[in-house]
Design a binder for this molecule. Structure first.
Ligand code: LER
Ligand code: MN
Length: 272
């Protein structure tokens, strides 16, 4: 099986999202994951204008890490920004926030994740209207990112977290509609386990549109802690030609340090 490079989510700013595996002291967390043998860190950044990107880049470089992706969902979690809010000022702020991530993503050669920032269908808003706003926002962001060669990855997220784009097929239909070559999908094994009839078949269908990949087990603990068939899932992922990172986004159970260690041991063992 392909030996995928491994990353893990490290939050650069305080976050309430439980599965942002590492929170707290960013510098220490980056050093720790590098020492464990991770090749990269996926940075969760609420607002890039409020962090010292040069300092962050120095730490990332010092530890020889790469940054395959930037998570943006904290702007939803902490500030309620979304592409599908009935208030146009909130939608505009969400789009501007993604645009603010572009120079950071370019610097790290990272994809920008569009997860919960897409929002949910709010009371009084029709699905058609929400989808219209979503398509428009994605087109604006993808167009702004394209000249910088930055890619965006839309993540299908399970029904308990959003009412918009739960499955891989819905994600594929949406990116077809947006029709921007720099917009693809982020697949997350935890969400796929809830929503997909067959995780392997969905990975096959997404094929070249897979821009990034999150790993967590069926219970959202580290891979190996639940009942997902990771050897099979990863061999199908390799068959699609995907050669990017597996990024660990799982609950810090029993604690972040132990979970990160067990995840890398397990993923290295099954990939030979
Ligand atoms: C973010 O990548 C994710 O998977 C969502 O569950 C965020 O809540
Ligand atoms: Mn995810």
């Amino acid at each position: 099986m392909r030996h995928f490079p491994l990353a893990i989510v490290v939050s650069a700013q305080p976050a309430s999202f439980e599965a942002a595996t590492f929170k707290g002291d960013v510098r220490e967390n980056l050093a720790y994951v590098a020492r464990l043998g991770y090749d990269g860190a996926e940075l969760a950044i609420r607002d890039p204008r409020e962090i010292d990107v040069d300092r962050l880049a120095r730490w990332v470089e010092k530890w020889g890490l790469r940054v395959p992706a930037i998570g943006t969902g904290q702007a939803w979690g902490e500030e309620g920004l979304s592409f599908t809010d009935p208030d146009p000022a909130v939608r505009q702020a969400a789009v501007e926030r993604v645009i603010a991530h572009i120079p950071v993503a370019r610097r790290f050669d990272a994809v920008i994740i569009i997860g919960l920032l897409r929002g949910v269908i709010r009371p009084g808003v029709s699905r058609k209207q929400a989808m219209g706003w979503l398509v428009e926002a994605l087109q604006t962001c993808a167009n702004a990112a394209a000249p910088h060669r930055v890619r965006l990855a839309l993540e299908p997220i399970n029904r308990y977290e959003t009412s918009l784009i739960n499955t891989v097929d819905e994600g594929l239909a949406l990116i077809r509609e947006v029709d921007a070559p720099n917009l693809g999908l982020l697949l997350d094994t935890f969400h796929m386990n809830i929503e997909e009839p067959s995780i392997e078949e969905s990975i096959r269908r997404a094929g070249p549109h897979i821009f990034h990949f999150h790993v967590a087990d069926s219970n959202r603990r580290y891979p190996g802690a639940g009942h997902l068939d990771f050897p099979r899932i990863l061999s199908v992922l390799a068959e699609t030609g995907y050669d990017g990172f597996l990024s660990g986004e799982f609950l810090p159970y029993p604690d972040a340090a132990t979970a990160a260690q067990r995840a890398i041991e397990y993923l290295r063992k099954i990939s030979g």
